[in-house]
Design a protein around this ligand. Structure first.
Ligand code: MN
Length: 230
């Protein structure tokens, strides 16, 4: 048994639909601009760009129903509704044809973003870490195991609502790089490990959540995650 000099950090984890067990979270990878309509709303040409990635710390995950303080250093916190992929079997240079066999399950996630800070970072050609990877920036609902629920169909609807008003609505087949391609690309950059999460990008309609509002991301067949800003 290793003796640690300070108490070892708690293992971040997510709920699993229909089970008392929890899914241990290792790292969180996020795909940028993976829906053409969102790439356009951010001023980019979706046809010319291969997928790119950024990360959030594993302990940025929070579950469904969390009430969180409005994050510091921003006046423009945005929601981004995303399909979350939970990796069960790691690997590197995974072929797209094999990629889905590495997926343990899926969930509904919200890539919370300090948009004013991100815009400034883009202007100054600085990294996105602090605009994307802040504390409690990765709300994620219960995970749905592939073994029980299968893979979500392309027709599955993904929506975001803020205080009940729909702000984002699309279907999973609108992703520029589907899940298998995302895993193939990402595993060429890093060796994927069990417990890694991938937030797969957001459709058009990203926008602000104000203090006091509740934001819900829902995906057909994969439940929902609601986050309230207090
Ligand atoms: Mn995103």
């Amino acid at each position: 048994m290793t003796e640690f000099a300070i108490p070892a950090p708690a293992q971040p984890s997510l709920a699993i639909a229909g089970s008392d067990a929890r899914f241990p979270v290792r790292r969180i990878f996020c795909v940028g601009r993976n829906y053409a309509d969102h790439a356009r709303e951010m001023g980019h040409d979706p046809d010319r760009e291969p997928p790119f990635f950024f990360t959030k710390p594993g302990d940025a995950v929070i579950g469904d129903g969390a009430e969180i303080a409005y994050p510091p250093q921003t006046e423009n916190l945005h929601h981004e509704a995303e399909l979350v992929v939970a990796i069960g079997t790691g690997g590197r240079d995974i072929a797209a044809a094999d990629a889905l066999s590495h997926v343990w399950g899926y969930g509904a996630g919200n890539d919370l973003t300090r948009r004013d800070m991100q815009n400034k970072a883009k202007e100054m050609r600085r990294p996105w870490d602090m605009s994307k990877g802040f504390d409690r920036s990765a709300p994620c609902g219960a995970l749905y195991a592939v073994a029980e629920h299968g893979h979500p169909p392309g027709t599955a609807r993904i929506t975001c609502t803020v205080d009940g008003a729909v702000t984002q609505e699309s279907t999973l087949d609108q992703m520029i790089w589907p899940v298998a391609d995302v895993i193939a690309y990402l595993s060429g950059l890093v060796e994927l490990q069990p417990g890694d999460l991938i937030m797969t990008g957001t459709p058009a309609g990203v926008g602000p959540i104000a203090k006091g509002q509740a934001c819900t991301v829902a995906i057909d067949g994969l439940g929902a995650v609601t986050t309230t800003l207090i």
